[in-house]
Write a protein that binds this ligand. Structure first.
Ligand SMILES: C[S@@+](CC[C@H](N)C(=O)[O-])C[C@H]1O[C@@H](n2cnc3c(N)ncnc32)[C@H](O)[C@@H]1O
Length: 421
């Protein structure tokens, strides 16, 4: 498990039991953990996936980067530098008051230190309607944008609401936008997505992968209102972070030489189409999986396990989804990286209580070390009945029955199972 990115407790509604001081500290921690910056190459690679599918994805569109320091953010840089190639109508970018990187690359007066007691930069919006060859080198690029911003104060506006994406000024800009592209603060991911959907904009945003099982997000995925983007190369997302010291990253997460952190549980979320979403997943039949699967958990078995509380089979690996099964299958959430809506239908997830075929009374949980506790969590999971206590794995006792519960599952159905005969 890597460093915790999404500290939702830090933004939960006021609770009676948490003292204000602690809550403030907790918010400050969440805010600090929200500061990590996307690489230009990753943005470019993701955007190319949409252009390959439809080269006019951004043509005549207003793109809004609403968590982005104009100039320092690579989202701003990418869309500014590619303004003409993409055929943008307008690029809007708003920064957030207190950003540690604001003004670092472009010394605008807005970012000057006001006083030593308040050295934070102000939030600003930047609106660009055209990018011309200001340098006179025969092409347009980021240097032209830099000169344009320096020479045209009217392209920049101070934001009295501090640049919060929920502030009136930013929502007003959101209303003008066709497509929002950014990496928003993960601690506010639910609110952020809700706001975008409320305003009916298209979006391509970075987010925590485990958001797919948030109760606010999963129904959107099931109903094809949101899906995963093309993705980071090999699932590894690298970000730069200011002030890496003392952040308590797990081994292998922070690389001192590059100054980058590596997160594997981060992905792109979108409601715009891209080619990978239409690629068919190549599958083997049940029989071939049981005979030839590369996974020892499948190979040699008599059949796939069935859940006790859902009418579905357990498929522990995405590449072990059988081609010829008609019914409901429980698959790991990594399935969503390969989800093609023409090939599969998403039916629910382990919190889809309406799909339950059995509810359990309180259970005894026996953890790996043998510690026993009374719990009710089997009703929030997919339960597989086992004959004897498994070694090195948590299990549950209900009366004289024993169960194990695989980690987070999504239920799917093959829309065109390859049935024999
Ligand atoms: C994960 S960082 C990503 C920054 C930039 N989009 C990028 O990827 O390079 C999230 C950014 O959102 C800003 N931010 C935090 N809370 C915000 C809020 N309520 N409204 C707008 N921006 C916010 C942070 O200051 C930070 O710059």
């Amino acid at each position: 498990m890597i460093f915790l990115l999404c500290n939702n407790s830090a933004v939960s509604p006021k609770s009676e039991s948490v003292p204000e001081g602690l809550r403030t500290l907790s918010r400050a921690k969440a805010a600090k953990e929200d500061e990590f910056y996307t690489q230009y190459g990753d943005i470019q690679q993701e955007i190319e996936a949409y252009l390959e599918f439809d080269s006019d994805t951004f043509r005549d569109r207003v793109v809004y980067c609403n968590c982005d320091d104009p100039f320092e953010s690579n989202f701003f840089k990418f869309f500014a530098a590619n303004f003409n190639r993409l055929g943008l109508k307008r690029l809007i970018s708003t920064s957030y008051d207190g950003s540690p990187i604001a003004g670092g690359q472009l010394g605008l007066p807005e970012f000057e230190v006001v006083s030593h007691s308040r050295p934070r930069p102000h939030a600003i919006s930047v609106v660009i309607d055209e990018v011309n060859d200001v340098t006179g080198d025969g092409s347009t690029g980021i240097e032209d944008v830099r000169l344009f911003l320096e020479q045209n104060p009217h392209s920049r506006t101070k934001l009295s609401g501090g640049g919060d994406f929920r502030s009136n000024e930013c929502v007003e800009l959101l209303r003008q936008a066709d497509i929002v592209v950014t990496n928003p603060p993960f601690s506010l991911f639910r609110d952020y997505v809700a706001l975008l959907l409320e305003h009916g904009v298209k979006f391509i945003i970075v987010g925590p992968k485990n958001a797919v099982t948030y109760k606010e997000i999963f129904p959107l995925i099931r109903d094809s209102k949101l899906w995963l983007g093309s993705g980071f190369a090999n699932g590894n997302a690298y970000f730069s972070i200011p002030n890496a010291q003392g952040r308590g990253f797990a081994d292998g997460v922070y690389n001192e030489e590059t100054g980058l952190v590596k997160f594997r549980n981060v992905g792109w979320f979108t409601n715009l189409d891209h080619g990978r979403r239409h690629e068919e997943l190549k599958l083997m039949t049940i029989e071939d999986n049981l005979r030839y699967s590369k996974h020892k958990e499948i190979r040699g078995k008599l059949g796939y396990d069935r859940y006790d509380n859902f009418d579905a089979i357990e498929v522990p690996f995405v590449d072990a989804i059988p081609a010829d099964y008609e019914g409901m299958m429980g698959v790991p959430i990594t399935f969503l990286d390969r989800y093609n809506p023409e090939q599969f239908e998403i039916l629910g997830y382990e919190h889809s209580y309406s799909l339950h075929v059995r509810d359990y009374p309180a259970q005894i949980q026996v953890d790996k070390s043998g510690k026993r506790s009374k719990v009710t969590k089997l009703n929030d999971a997919c339960a597989i009945k086992v004959e004897s206590p498994p070694s090195n794995q948590t299990y549950y006792i209900v009366g004289d029955e024993l169960f194990i519960a695989p980690y987070k599952r999504i239920f799917i159905r093959n829309r065109k199972p390859q049935l024999q005969g």
